[in-house]
Design a protein around this ligand. Structure first.
Ligand code: HEM
Length: 415
């Protein structure tokens, strides 16, 4: 399986598991895959009630309280692969890789491989390094908003929330202008596979995207090894410790992990503000609240709602036994609304001042791109405050029919 698909499998693991479990009459799966997607929080509340941990009829453990989600993510007894090195569950049929050679990315690896590969990528994403991009991200945001000023209304997702992250990642990796469209198109296809592959048509598009992106990265890696710049590919190549395949896999990880997620953070933020005009007024009056507001959106409407772990030995969580190689689904979105962790959890309050949500995960796999995601969302909100002081939404947007990723199909705004 390609690393990109495997990454989709990891983030899409809950959905895949849900399909399989629901087919076998599983109770928790039925709850989670019911048509609640517009508002998953009541269901999360039911799963969180009591000990905050559930064992479904088919034996998958689901944790929903902030305390237990945090514990599973930090506890080294849990990892991301089974003892024989497999990732659960195989939700995409093999053969979707587009016949490119595949290895797991570090998101899908346990120590020591995870530690080695993550350490090589970490310097390129340090908070100081990322802060240096603030000016150029702001210029990109302005360029995207400028043409929209001439329209009465526009779709924030298609015209701004989607293009901003892909343009930023393209710049970080220094994707040449001629390849930028290809990169964005296939990045979108693979980003959409984070929640699982939906149809044969989607599967074919994913195969093609895998092939095309691998060809692009292979070419760029050869060029950057010969003639390095100061982009992320050159920095990673300079370490001499990564094979070409590891380097291409890491680039694919950065694209897939950083695109759809950041798009949805921006969309979820704007929709939260549209439903809470008092909070938008507060933000307009005090731009120092932009950073805290981004964290509040991450808590309130996490773009990644769930992940999964595998027990490396027989253990227990919240008093429920978990056998070696057993899977635990971690409901990040439920943890953000846990009343035991947050006062008035269903209120959107940008003055809350809490950063201990689990939207970027926790422990060894804590999101490497968190500083970049925060920066992009901050810049986006600052620009929107400036350009669209009256935030008026046309109609009621629909959530995408996804389980792991939470984001809007479109969000039409009036000027
Ligand atoms: C709002 C935006 C984002 C959200 C909500 C998000 C969320 C996450 C989550 C939940 C994980 C860990 C999954 C797990 O523990 O199983 C993760 C890992 C990761 N993310 Fe992000 N992410 C975002 C943006 C980004 C960006 C912009 C990048 C880079 C361009 C990025 C790169 C990564 C990488 C490399 C990992 C793997 C870390 C590891 O396994 O050690 N992410 N992200």
């Amino acid at each position: 399986m390609s690393s990109v698909l495997a990454l989709g499998a990891r983030l899409g693991v809950q959905r895949a598991a849900l399909w399989a479990m629901a087919a076998r009459g599983d109770d928790v799966a039925r709850l989670l895959s019911a048509p609640w997607r517009g508002n998953p929080y009541p269901v999360y509340g039911r799963l969180r009630n009591g000990p905050g941990v559930h064992r479904s009829k088919t034996g998958v453990t689901v944790v929903a309280s902030h305390e237990l989600c945090s514990k599973v993510l930090r506890d080294r007894t849990f990892g991301v692969r089974t003892a024989d090195g497999l990732q659960p569950p195989p939700f995409v049929a093999s053969g979707l890789s587009g016949e490119v050679p595949v290895i797991p990315s570090f998101l899908e690896l346990d120590p020591p491989d995870h530690t080695r590969l993550r350490a090589l990528a970490r310097p390129a994403f340090s908070p100081a390094k990322i802060e240096g991009y603030r000016g150029s991200v702001a210029v990109t945001a302005s360029k995207l908003l400028l043409p929209l000023a001439f329209d009465d209304q526009f779709d924030l997702m298609a015209e701004f929330a989607g293009p901003l992250p892909i343009t930023v990642i393209s710049a970080l990796l220094d994707i040449p202008d001629v390849d930028a469209q290809v990169f964005a198109r296939y990045g979108r296809v693979l980003g959409a596979s984070l929640d699982g592959v939906r149809s044969v048509r989607h599967a074919l598009a994913v195969r093609r995207a895998n092939r095309e992106l691998r060809a692009l990265f292979t070419r760029l890696i050869t060029e950057r090894r010969a003639d390095p710049g100061d982009d992320v590919i050159s920095v990673l190549a300079a370490s001499d410790e990564l094979t070409d395949l590891e380097l291409a896999t890491t680039c694919e990880l950065l694209l897939v992990a950083g695109y759809e997620t950041t798009t949805n953070l921006i969309g979820n933020a704007v929709w939260a503000f549209a439903r809470h005009p008092d909070q938008w007024e507060r933000l307009r009056a005090d731009e120092a609240l932009i950073g805290p507001a981004v964290d509040e959106v991450l808590r309130y409407e996490a773009p990644v709602q769930a992940t999964a772990r595998i027990a490396h030995e027989d253990t227990e969580i919240g008093g429920v036994p978990v056998a070696k190689d057993g899977m635990v689904v971690v409901l990040i979105g439920a943890a953000g609304r846990d009343p035991a962790a947050f006062d008035r959890p269903d209120e959107f309050d940008i003055g809350r001042g809490r950063t201990d949500h689990l939207a970027f995960s926790s422990g060894a796999h804590y999101c490497l791109g968190a500083p970049l995601a925060r920066l992009e969302a901050e810049v986006a909100l600052r620009k929107l405050v400036e350009w669209l002081p009256e935030l008026v939404v046309s109609g009621t947007p629909r959530w995408r029919p996804t389980t792991v990723i939470r984001g809007l199909r479109s969000l039409r705004l009036y000027q």
